[in-house]
Design a protein around this ligand. Structure first.
Ligand SMILES: [Zn+2]
Length: 148
C-alpha cells in the first residue's frame, strides 16, 4: 500500500499532482476549515484489497484482523471489522489509476467533514479529469478519485 503519486501509472501522475496542488491551494477549502489535503492511498496490492473486502463479510472479526495483519496493515477496531469498506475485489487502486484524498483539520484527517468540503474536493479532482467516488449512485466513496 502506498500514498505516493509516483506509484501510480505514468499517465495518471500528472493529473494527480495537479489535483493535489489545486486542493491544497484552494481558497474555498480553506474557508470551509480545511488546513490541508493529504493523500491517503494510491497504489494498493491485492492482499490489502482482500483485507478491506473481508470487513463485514467474515463472520469472525479475528479473521478480519488476521487479513489486515497479513497485508501489513494496522489492527482494525472491532467496529471497523464489522463495517464494509469496499464493494469490490477489483479496485482501480490495484491497477494504479485511483487515488484517495482526505481533508485535515487540527492536524488529523477530517473524515466526518461536511459534504460542502467533499463536494469542493470532488469539483477540483474532476477538473483534472478524474471520476469522483462521491458521484457514485449505489456506493459513495468521497475520498476516491480514479482515471478510467
Ligand atoms: Zn479509493
Amino acid at each position: 500500500m502506498s500514498n505516493l503519486i509516483k506509484d501510480l501509472n505514468k499517465e495518471v501522475q500528472s493529473a494527480a499532482n495537479k489535483a493535489f496542488k489545486a486542493m491544497n491551494n484552494s481558497a474555498a477549502l480553506r474557508k470551509l476549515g480545511v488546513e490541508k489535503v493529504v493523500i491517503v492511498e494510491t497504489k494498493r496490492d491485492l492482499a490489502v484489497q482482500m483485507a478491506y473486502y473481508s470487513r463485514s463479510r467474515m463472520k469472525d472479526i479475528k479473521d478480519v484482523k488476521a487479513m489486515y495483519k497479513a497485508a501489513g496493515l494496522y489492527e482494525p477496531t472491532d467496529r471497523e471489522c464489522k463495517t464494509a469498506n469496499t464493494q469490490t475485489l477489483n479496485s482501480n487502486h490495484i491497477k494504479g489509476i485511483a487515488i484517495d484524498f482526505a481533508p485535515c483539520k487540527n492536524n488529523v484527517i477530517w473524515w466526518d467533514a461536511p459534504d460542502s468540503v467533499w463536494n469542493e474536493m470532488g469539483k477540483i479532482g474532476k477538473k483534472y479529469g478524474f471520476s469522483w467516488g462521491g458521484d457514485w449512485k449505489d456506493w459513495q466513496d468521497k475520498p476516491h478519485f480514479e482515471m478510467v
